[in-house]
Design a protein around this ligand. Structure first.
Ligand code: F6R
Length: 240
């Protein structure tokens, strides 16, 4: 694992964006695995800025996102589809037909998981962007998800519901379920780029980098991947 420690969130975001922009420049047909949440917002802002100032093009880039809440349509302002449009896709020259997320409002969730798994088989990510849950989750693969898992329906843990409630009007509005790429789908990426910041992630970062490889801390599986870069601010790295 290549661990890059930055002074703060802003520096973390610049560094992570540099890495992603480098991948797109060297391969204009790159397949980017993307994440939502607070962690990558600054990274996406830097990519937008670079697109405007330097013209880095996403015309031929394709994307696959990690996850989506169950029960929200793609136009719901808390859906991850909406998040991706408003934090990145609407501000770069990507063809939105080339962007993919699991569909949270699909009537048959198992069928939707099967569709997404089949898609991922044809779309091996050149890089998969990840955030880190304070409980060590990646995507919505909560503690004790098998490493062999593929896209599946997840019951979110109380911990994750509480963490994510900051973005909703009240905790009751946070969806209780999500569709998430499994750990196997994440590990198929040619490289992994994790962005992580804040003291509340420090325990999980320590376990991920230095602890035992165990499903109890899903992110520890990344120790088994040959090309992982973790860009973390010094608060998140404080227990390393
Ligand atoms: C988001 C995702 C989650 C988040 C994680 C951290 O697509 O899959 O694993 O990356 O919950 O969330 P933030 O960045 O909001 O702290």
């Amino acid at each position: 694992m290549n661990v890059i420690i930055t002074e703060n969130y802003e520096e973390m975001s610049k560094k992570a964006a540099e890495i992603l922009i480098g991948i797109v420049k060297s391969n204009p047909n790159a397949i980017l695995g993307l994440a939502t949440g607070s962690s990558p917002i600054g990274t996406y802002k830097n990519m937008i800025k670079d697109h405007k100032e330097n013209g880095t093009s996403y015309k031929n880039v394709k994307t696959v996102n990690l996850d989506e809440y169950v029960g929200l349509t793609k136009d719901h302002d808390q859906s991850y589809a909406y998040f991706m449009r408003t934090n990145l896709f609407d501000y770069i020259d990507i063809d939105q037909n080339n962007t993919n997320l699991p569909c949270g409002s699909a009537p048959d969730t198992q069928k939707e998981c099967d569709r997404y798994n089949a898609l991922l088989e044809t779309m091996k990510q050149d890089v998969q962007v990840l955030g880190l849950g304070s409980n060590g989750h990646i995507g919505f693969n909560e503690p004790n998800t098998p490493f062999e898992s593929v896209t599946h329906l997840v019951d979110l843990t109380e911990n994750t519901i509480k963490d994510n409630s900051r973005l909703f009007a009240s905790i009751d509005e946070v969806p209780r379920q999500a569709l998430s790429m499994g750990i196997k789908n994440i590990m198929q990426a040619k490289s992994i780029l994790m962005v992580v910041s804040g003291k509340n992630k420090a325990e999980a970062v320590k376990g991920m980098v230095k602890g035992e490889v165990t499903p109890a801390l899903p992110a520890s599986v990344l120790q088994l991947h040959p090309y992982v870069t973790i860009v973390c601010d010094k608060d998140a790295a404080s227990l390393l």
